[in-house]
Design a protein around this ligand. Structure first.
Ligand code: ADP
Ligand code: MG
Length: 352
């Protein structure tokens, strides 16, 4: 069985933890929104770090606990939660709940698990707010691009039109009362690759908190969720990678607690055909992988949101993407746009 989505991604993170604590500086206004906690009592807490591969990437959990046993019990439960979510949401395993849903009769409401319903509901909200730039019905087109990446042949206009036919977030209908999902046209395929890692990071953080481990950070490549800060510190320090993947000189350091950050962009996941670079993020309006060299970092309260909104803002580009982030009171974003030899940095209002 193949691993889950983003299988070709190297296990390096675009967002990196660079150490603990520090002063509340960059993006101060936003970070205060997410709660300026007074530092917990430092004394007997020790730092632990654990890594496990999930969802085609490496998850890292960093936390503070009184002892190794408490840390291990919590972390095992958190990783088990991530594995369980992957089993529901991956499109690489034909037996996942998501893939089984795709084989149900068209037009029939299907009752789904709490987690699948929850993430689909959150996905549809971002789809609506972004006017369909974020769209989990993009599955058939993403699969087409995975083939293109393997074969090196661009799809014909007819082939592209065919796979685009069942795409459109309004073709996915949810009924909250019955907790059912209806795929309203044939050949629909859902793809949660643009939101699942953030969702898993949030859920893992919640599991750690329930185990009495609130001072924790969960990182899944470009998606990071942080809880209470390290003992004696006011924040976690997170380095946001550069557009070209060079992490020696990170673009910026963020100071965060009880918050999340996601970076979407073409630094890691791209391929070239005929000298043109294509991202694994697809523009639902054209069916093409993004060709712009744009890296978007979104900061917010929940990694589920930052993950999905970072993907959406990548599709929308600087102007409309920034407007989308500004429409949400708890989001801020930084856009790094490379055009030829020029690299420009744009910030949404709350990131200034
Ligand atoms: P990463 O996986 O590198 O963190 P993203 O969070 O932006 O990047 O997710 C990219 C993945 O999202 C793609 O691999 C694909 O599975 C899915 N996807 C691609 N385009 C879209 C889109 N327009 N809306 C929603 N999901 C998308
Ligand atoms: Mg995303």
């Amino acid at each position: 069985m193949r691993p889950s989505w983003a299988a070709m991604k190297p296990v390096t993170g675009r967002n990196r933890i660079v150490g603990d604590g520090g002063i509340l500086a960059l993006l101060g206004a936003l970070i205060c929104l997410s709660g300026c906690h007074s530092p917990p009592v430092a004394d007997s807490l020790h730092r632990f770090e654990f890594k496990q591969p999930h969802m085609g990437t490496l998850f890292t959990i960093t936390l503070y606990a009184r002892g190794e046993l408490a840390a291990r019990v919590g972390v095992e439960a958190a990783f088990a939660k991530i594995a369980a979510l992957n089993q529901i949401m991956t499109d690489y395993d034909p037996e996942s709940e998501l893939m089984q849903l795709g084989r149900k009769p068209v037009g029939e409401p299907i009752r789904v698990s709490n987690e699948l319903f929850d993430i689909l509901q959150k996905s549809q909200r971002v789809a609506e707010l972004s006017d369909g730039a974020f769209d989990v019905t993009i599955g058939p087109v993403v699969r087409q691009w995975r083939r293109t990446r393997r074969t090196g042949n661009l799809p014909s206009p007819e082939a592209l039109a065919r796979v685009r036919e069942p795409v459109g977030w309004r073709k996915l209908q949810l009924d909250a009362r019955q907790q059912t999902v209806t795929l309203t046209v044939p050949d629909m395929q859902l793809d949660l690759g643009g939101i699942a890692k953030g969702y898993a990071a949030d859920q893992a953080l919640a599991v750690l908190k329930a185990h009495g481990l609130p001072c924790a950070l969960v990182a899944a490549s470009g998606d990071i969720a942080v809880g209470d800060p390290p003992p004696g510190k006011r924040n976690w320090r997170v380095a946001v990678g550069k557009l070209d993947g060079n992490e020696d000189k990170p673009a910026r350091i963020l100071f965060l607690n009880n918050a999340a950050v996601s970076t979407s962009g073409d630094a890691e996941q791209f391929f070239e055909i005929g000298g043109q670079r294509y991202s694994h993020i697809v523009d639902p309006r054209t069916g093409f992988g993004l060709a712009e060299r744009l890296q978007v970092t979104v900061i917010g309260r929940r990694a589920t949101d930052t993950d999905a909104f970072a993907t959406a803002a990548s599709v929308l580009g600087v102007e409309r993407g920034a407007a989308l982030l500004e429409s949400q009171s708890d989001l801020a974003g930084v856009f790094i746009w490379k055009r030829g030899k020029e690299t420009d940095v744009f910030r949404s209002k709350r990131a200034r």
